[in-house]
Design a binder for this molecule. Structure first.
Ligand code: UDP
Length: 311
């Protein structure tokens, strides 16, 4: 198949690209490098099955030849990234989604939107099943992302229901692994960078807020399975193994025994969800999918990658 990935130079997209190329497909990556990094796709240079277009999908994309699948992955995705690029975040998830849905109709391509656990906001239900409608502050400091993704989901369902577009929706929970931007502020990469540099690990608040961390290879396998399934409503993808942020800091320090770092506490940012854990019953039932990589193994691989990179 010939597969288009918007946001192709992002962390997740670059791993998804590797997976699809290993399956024998052709991949066309599109990115405007707002938060994507050329480094993430540097290893693909010269691969005859890979091509890259530097473009912003908020403008209609003209692309020659057939396209069988469109993964719409483009969007700033870290709290620092989407607060820095608020309008761009809203546009890529609205106009960008719109444009790629139109392209999917024109090319008769299957379309997948990468949505997020942020659709659940600061959840009052834990774990979060897809049937939970969420608790989102519509004007909060994360609203440019949360509401844009909720709009992107609504837009995708409208094209599916009214225009017959062949669509899929995934809600991605916290994911970690090699190729995360060391300075995008997300918790796992921040703690690893700080520990490798012997700087204090910055835990926000008392560190009792929770997250559930999925290793990137499990996540992209899940994304690919959703695309190849026949299910149109949202599917949660993430690892249901929930832990506190303070425990993440302690685990990172235990895996980098040479680090001289300590743990410090900083003020809790506003609108930071207190709990997050995916209910993955739907993914298990429909895709036969669940994460396989333990945190110890995943964090170990990630630390090995950054030991060289962050010297
Ligand atoms: N966090 C932290 N220290 C950091 C970065 C993040 O304590 O240096 C916390 C943050 O407050 C949040 C959690 O870790 O509760 C996950 O933050 P991240 O930015 O990775 O993503 P989120 O899940 O909030 O979208």
């Amino acid at each position: 198949m010939r597969i288009l990935i918007s946001g192709g130079a992002g962390f997740l997209s670059s791993h998804l690209t590797d997976l699809l190329l290993s399956q024998g497909h052709q991949v066309v990556g599109v990115d405007n490098f707002i938060t994507g990094k050329a480094d993430n796709i540097a290893h693909l240079k010269g691969n005859p099955n890979y091509s890259f277009i530097e473009a912003d999908v908020i403008k209609p994309l003209s692309i020659d030849g057939p396209i069988d699948r469109i993964y719409h992955m483009a969007s700033p995705a870290s709290p620092i990234g989407y607060v820095k690029h608020q309008v761009a975040t809203m546009k890529v998830n609205s106009e960008g989604t719109w444009n790629l849905l139109e392209l999917s109709l024109a090319k008769k391509a299957r379309f997948l939107i990468a949505s997020t656990s942020e659709c659940y906001g600061d959840p009052q239900v834990n774990p979060q099943p897809e049937t939970y409608w969420g608790n989102v502050n519509p004007i909060g400091l994360r609203s440019m992302y949360d509401e844009a993704k909720r709009f992107a989901e609504a837009c995708t369902m409208a094209y599916h229901r009214e225009r017959g577009a062949d669509t899929r929706i995934i809600r991605i929970f916290n994911t970690y692994g090699p190729r995360m931007d060391p300075h995008d502020g997300r918790v796992v990469i921040s703690f690893i960078r700080q520990a490798l540099h012997n700087e204090p690990l910055t835990v926000f608040g008392d560190g009792m807020q929770t997250r559930s961390l999925c290793y990137v290879s499990d996540l992209v396998d899940g994304i690919n399975r959703v695309m190849e399934s026949d299910f149109h409503e949202p599917i949660n993808l993430g690892n249901p193994n929930e832990l506190t942020i303070l425990d993440i800091a302690k685990e990172v320090l235990a895996l980098i025994p040479e680090s001289k770092s300590t743990i410090t506490h900083h003020p809790m940012p506003p609108d930071d969800p207190k709990l997050r854990r995916p209910d993955i019953s739907r993914a298990k039932q429909i895709l036969g999918w669940e994460p396989k990589v333990s945190r110890r193994e995943g964090l170990g691989k990630m630390i090995d990658f950054y030991r060289d990179k962050l010297k």
